[in-house]
Ligand binder design. Structure first.
Ligand SMILES: Nc1ncnc2c1ncn2[C@@H]1O[C@H](COP(=O)(O)OP(=O)(O)O)[C@@H](O)[C@H]1O
Ligand SMILES: [Mg+2]
Length: 269
C-alpha cells in the first residue's frame, strides 16, 4: 500500500491504545431495554489529540459520549478518566450538545461563565475567564447579547466557549457543527484545530461528515451499525502546516476520505 495512512489503519486494534491515556473505555456495552446500542467497545484517548467517532445514524455515537460524560451508565464495562473509574458527571469532562443547550434568558457572558458559577468562582474572575474564551471563538463584542439574537453558528460558539471556560480536560463534542452552513462550518473547523493545538486537551468529536472528520482528526474510529462496534481505526496523518485549501486538495487527504467512504458504504441503505 502506497499511502501510509492506509497502511497504518490496518494496524487496527493496536492503534487504540496509548501509553498515557486520559480516557479509557474498557469493554463497554450498552443496552436500552431490548435495544443493544453498543457492544464491546475498547478505546483509549490521549491528551492533545482529537479523535472522531464516525458511523451510521443510530450506531451509538451519542450513547458512547454520554457514557464517557457519566450522563448514562454503561450496562457493562467501565470508563476511566485519569485512571479513576467514572460514576457520574465531573468537572474534568465537558459536553457540547448538538442543540447547544444554552440558557435563553441569560447573556452570552453569563452562559459562558455558567460552569464557573456552578464551581463557585467569584464573579470578576469568572467574567474575566469567560471573556477570554468568548474572544477565542470570535464572539468579542457579543457578550451582552442573548441566544435568540445570535445565528445558529454563533450559538454553537457560545456552547464551545462555555465548555472551554470550565477548563475541562476532556471535551465531548456531539455533532457541534451540524446546524451550521458549509462556509461557517469550515471556519469552525479552523477554530477547533486552533483550540486543539493551543489547549492540549483530550477531544472526542462526533460528526456525520467524512471530509470534516478527515480534516480535523488525529484519529478516526469507524463504528458499525447497531450494535455499535469498532470496525476500523484510521490515522489520517494530515500535514497541518499546509493551507486549508491545499490540505483539501491533497492526494493523501482525498485517499483517506475515499477509504472511509468505502468502509461506510457497506452500511448505506
Ligand atoms: N434513551 C434511550 N432509550 C432507548 N433507546 C435509545 C435511547 N437513546 C438511544 N437509543 C437507541 O440506541 C441506539 C443508539 O443511539 P445513539 O447513541 O443516539 O446513536 P447515534 O448518536 O450514533 O445516532 C439507537 O437505536 C437509539 O434509538
Ligand atoms: Mg447522535
Amino acid at each position: 500500500m502506497a499511502n501510509p495512512a492506509l497502511a497504518r489503519s490496518s494496524a487496527g486494534v493496536t492503534a487504540v491504545t496509548s501509553n498515557d491515556p486520559v480516557v479509557q473505555v474498557c469493554d463497554v456495552c450498552k443496552n436500552y431495554r431490548d435495544v443493544e446500542a453498543l457492544r464491546g467497545i475498547n478505546l483509549e484517548f490521549e491528551r492533545g489529540k482529537l479523535t472522531t467517532l464516525l458511523g451510521p445514524s443510530g450506531c451509538g455515537k451519542t450513547t458512547l459520549l454520554k457514557i464517557i460524560a457519566g450522563l448514562v451508565p454503561a450496562t457493562s464495562g467501565e470508563i476511566r478518566v485519569n485512571g479513576r473509574a467514572v460514576t457520574g458527571p465531573g468537572p474534568e469532562r465537558a459536553f457540547v450538545f448538538q442543540d447547544f443547550a444554552l440558557m435563553p434568558w441569560a447573556t452570552v457572558l453569563r452562559n459562558v461563565a455558567f460552569g464557573l458559577e456552578l464551581k463557585g468562582v467569584v464573579s470578576a474572575e469568572r467574567n474575566r475567564i469567560a471573556r477570554r474564551y468568548i474572544e477565542q471563538v470570535g464572539l468579542a463584542g457579543f457578550e451582552e447579547k442573548y441566544p435568540h439574537e445570535l445565528s445558529g453558528g454563533m450559538r454553537q460558539r457560545v456552547g464551545i466557549a462555555r465548555a472551554f471556560a470550565v477548563n475541562a480536560d476532556v471535551l465531548l463534542l456531539d455533532e457541534p457543527f451540524s446546524a451550521v452552513d458549509e462556509q461557517n462550518r469550515r471556519k469552525f473547523q479552523e477554530d477547533l484545530l486552533r483550540l486543539v493545538e493551543q489547549e492540549k486537551k483530550t477531544f472526542i468529536f462526533v460528526t456525520h461528515s467524512i471530509e470534516e472528520a478527515v480534516y480535523v482528526s488525529d484519529r478516526i474510529v469507524l463504528l458499525s451499525p447497531r450494535p455499535g462496534r469498532i470496525s476500523q481505526v484510521i490515522d489520517p496523518m494530515i500535514d497541518r502546516s499546509a493551507s486549508p485549501d491545499d490540505i483539501r486538495r491533497d492526494a493523501g487527504y482525498l485517499d483517506v476520505v475515499e477509504e472511509i467512504w468505502q468502509g461506510l458504504r457497506q452500511y448505506a441503505e
